[in-house]
Design a binder for this molecule. Structure first.
Ligand SMILES: Cc1cc2nc3c(=O)[nH]c(=O)nc-3n(C[C@H](O)[C@H](O)[C@H](O)COP(=O)(O)OP(=O)(O)OC[C@H]3O[C@@H](n4cnc5c(N)ncnc54)[C@H](O)[C@@H]3O)c2cc1C
Length: 267
């Protein structure tokens, strides 16, 4: 089949690898001029690991990622809110923390068969009857036998094909960055801390990038939708290569955070 995939995020990348390997002619349309990872770290759950295993990529992921055995969350007052261990479900299960850059590079390198990636092409319309897609420059591509819409949670194309049962914009924002693991004590745990249900800071061991040996920890701060402009340019302090998702959120202090979390505290 001739297949178009719209979006080269994790979903689009995995679809490109899997469908190409089955002998289909795949073309990917990605709006970013230079496709790459967005975000710091990712917790791969057993279902995602199983998909990577089917693609023959699990060993590479395990080589660079950090095995996660426990998901632990507590209130800012130190009360445990979530405490789950994969082994309580099944002794064979575990998660893996990976750097988003590592996962992107792995999937990108795995797409070798008849690679056709059209970067800087934002698709604005799909014609399901004709099997074509149109980019914002007005160029029409196709016809395709199948169009895979993998343009993410904020998809604008989904509704053009079928009205979704539920599609509400996610109002929360997040700050994120990677910091060296150093003597972080919870090397096989996702740790989260909450103030109510609206504010959260989390730390996830994410291992190394393919060509770099320093193990890192990804930090994530979830913030509410108030005061959108104030935090759009905030970065995690004391981290040279920190990056920020410019999403609406408010700045909150984590006064009750223990000292080992101080490296990610926002000022
Ligand atoms: C802060 C945060 C933390 C998360 N942590 C985890 C986690 O630990 N574990 C986990 O499993 N999930 C996590 N998620 C969810 C996970 O990131 C998403 O489910 C996953 O990235 C979705 O992948 P995707 O390929 O569907 O979409 P995306 O990764 O969003 O990719 C969509 C791609 O489509 C492109 N695109 C969009 N519109 C167009 C268009 N019109 N034309 C062409 N290209 C287009 C975009 O540029 C992008 O490259 C997290 C999400 C967030 C926000």
């Amino acid at each position: 089949m001739r297949i178009a995939i719209i979006g080269y995020g994790t979903g689009g990348q995995a679809a490109a690898v899997a469908l190409s390997r089955e002998g289909h002619r795949v073309e990917v349309f990605e709006q970013a001029p230079a496709p790459g990872p967005v975000g710091a770290g990712f917790l791969l759950q057993p279902t995602g690991l199983s998909a990577l295993w089917r693609m023959g990529l699990l060993d590479d992921v395990l080589r660079h990622g950090a095995p996660i055995e426990r998901l632990f969350g507590e209130s800012h007052r130190g009360h445990a809110v979530m405490d789950m261990r994969y082994r309580d479900l099944d002794a064979r299960l575990f998660g893996v923390g990976v750097q988003r850059g590592a996962l992107f590079a792995l999937l990108d390198a795995a797409w070798t068969e008849q690679r056709a990636l059209h970067a800087g092409r934002r698709i604005v319309a799909i014609d399901p009857d004709a099997g074509t897609v149109r980019d914002e420059a007005g160029e029409t591509h196709g016809a395709f036998d199948l169009v895979v819409v993998a343009d993410g949670a904020a998809s604008r194309l989904r509704t053009t094909i079928a009205p979704p049962a539920f599609d509400r914009p996610y109002p929360w924002g997040a700050h994120w960055c990677l910091v060296p693991e150093r003597d972080w004590p919870f090397v096989d745990e996702l740790r989260q801390r909450y103030v109510g249900a609206r504010r959260m800071v989390g730390m996830l061991p994410v291992g190394t990038l393919q060509k770099k040996l320093m193990r890192r920890v990804a930090t994530l701060r979830k913030c509410g939708p108030k005061r959108p402009t104030r935090c759009a340019t905030r970065r995690c302090p004391r981290v040279s290569r920190s990056r920020v998702i410019a999403m609406p959120c408010n700045i909150v202090g984590t006064a009750a955070a223990p000292c080992c979390w101080a490296t990610v505290r926002m000022r």
